[in-house]
Every structure is written in structure tokens, then in C-alpha cells.
Design a protein around this ligand. Structure first.
Ligand SMILES: NC(=O)c1ccc[n+]([C@@H]2O[C@H](COP(=O)([O-])OP(=O)(O)OC[C@H]3O[C@@H](n4cnc5c(N)ncnc54)[C@H](OP(=O)(O)O)[C@@H]3O)[C@@H](O)[C@H]2O)c1
Length: 157
């Protein structure tokens, strides 16, 4: 069975984004993101696609969900619903956001690769879920050179 994996970085207050951007810079987390997603299918909302500095994400099938039936972009495989996006995945579906897409697919996910960013950030996009539904199988605590603490956490159910 293929997995449906949410790959998400969230602040302690749940914030994942602010004005279409991620409100912190964690270069090591970008490396982890690449390692988790390379060679796989990434599933994202159209707004997250728009936020990518370089698109498509290279070395990955980029599936983009939109309600706009005429939307097209070079390197994007278009899906009309979150369910259709999952069905398009070859093997595991790595769901990479944003907030609306995480909300839509949380109930279908069987793993979360979570980066906990230990701080409170202002923002307009959040990832909120009930920890009691999930079992933590791995945790790695880290700190950036300028003192921002973060943790890589794997959650399954
Ligand atoms: N920290 C992290 O890990 C992380 C990861 C990813 C993104 N982010 C941040 O999250 C923010 C973006 O999140 P967001 O919630 O605003 O947008 P989003 O989930 O990336 O995209 C929302 C769009 O996806 C499409 N969509 C969503 N649900 C759909 C459904 N059920 N059926 C059909 N289409 C659907 C719609 O596109 P149309 O409007 O085209 O119809 C909708 O406007 C940004 O700030 C970004 O930087 C953070």
C-alpha cells in the first residue's frame, strides 16, 4: 500500500505561512524536505505552487490542485480535487501544503513528517491537528546557529 504523507513545518502556534511565504528560514529543513520528496510525487495547492521560487520542484512529479478548470503551468500535473491528486501519485503521495490542502487530506494521511519550529510566528495559514490521533516514532531536536530551536518529528497512525 502506498502512503499518504503530510510534509509540513509548523510553528508552536500552528502557523505555517504568512502572506504566501514561510515565515522562517531553515536551510537544513529544506534539505530534509528534498530528501523526503525527491523521486516522488508531491501534491500541493495552487497557492503553494505559486509560492515556489523554482517550479516545478525538480526530480519530482508536481501535482497541483486547483478549482480552475483552465489552469495550466509548465511542469504541473493538474488535479481538480485532493482525491484526484492522490490518485495521480505514483507510489507514495507526499502532500506538501498548504493549509487548505493539509486540511483536506489530514483524514486520509497515514504519516506526518513534521518539522516543529519552536517559536510563535504571525501568519495567515496554519496546520492544526489532534496529536492524540498520532503516535510519535522519531524525534530529532536541533538548533540553528542563530538560536532557533526546531525538531524533526515522524508521526504515524
Ligand atoms: N510551512 C510549511 O510546511 C508550508 C508548506 C506549504 C505551504 N506553506 C504556506 O501555506 C500558505 C499557502 O496555503 P493556503 O492554504 O493559502 O493555500 P494552498 O493550500 O497551497 O492552496 C489553496 C488552493 O488550492 C486549491 N484547492 C484547495 N483545496 C481544493 C479542493 N478541495 N478542490 C480543488 N482545489 C482546491 C485552490 O486553488 P484555486 O484557487 O486555483 O482554485 C485553493 O485556492 C503559504 O503561506 C505557503 O507559504 C507552508
Amino acid at each position: 500500500m502506498s502512503d499518504i504523507v503530510l510534509v509540513v513545518a509548523a510553528a508552536d502556534n500552528g502557523v505555517i505561512g504568512a502572506s504566501g511565504r514561510i515565515p522562517w528560514h531553515l536551510s537544513d529543513d529544506l534539505k530534509r524536505f528534498k530528501a523526503l520528496t525527491l523521486g516522488r510525487t508531491v501534491v500541493m495547492g495552487r497557492k503553494t505552487w505559486d509560492s515556489l521560487p523554482r517550479k516545478p520542484l525538480p526530480g519530482r512529479d508536481n501535482v497541483v490542485i486547483t478549482r480552475d478548470r483552465s489552469w495550466r503551468a509548465d511542469g504541473a500535473i493538474v488535479a481538480a480535487t485532493p482525491e484526484a491528486a492522490i490518485a495521480l501519485a505514483k507510489g507514495d503521495a507526499m502532500v506538501i501544503g498548504g493549509a487548505e490542502v493539509y486540511r483536506a487530506l489530514l483524514s486520509r494521511a497515514n504519516r506526518i513528517e513534521l518539522t516543529e519550529v519552536h517559536g510563535t510566528f504571525a501568519g495567515d495559514a496554519a496546520f492544526v491537528f489532534d496529536r492524540r490521533d498520532w503516535r510519535e516514532t522519531a524525534r530529532e531536536d536541533r538548533v540553528t546557529p542563530d538560536g532557533l530551536a526546531y525538531s524533526y518529528v515522524t508521526l504515524v497512525r
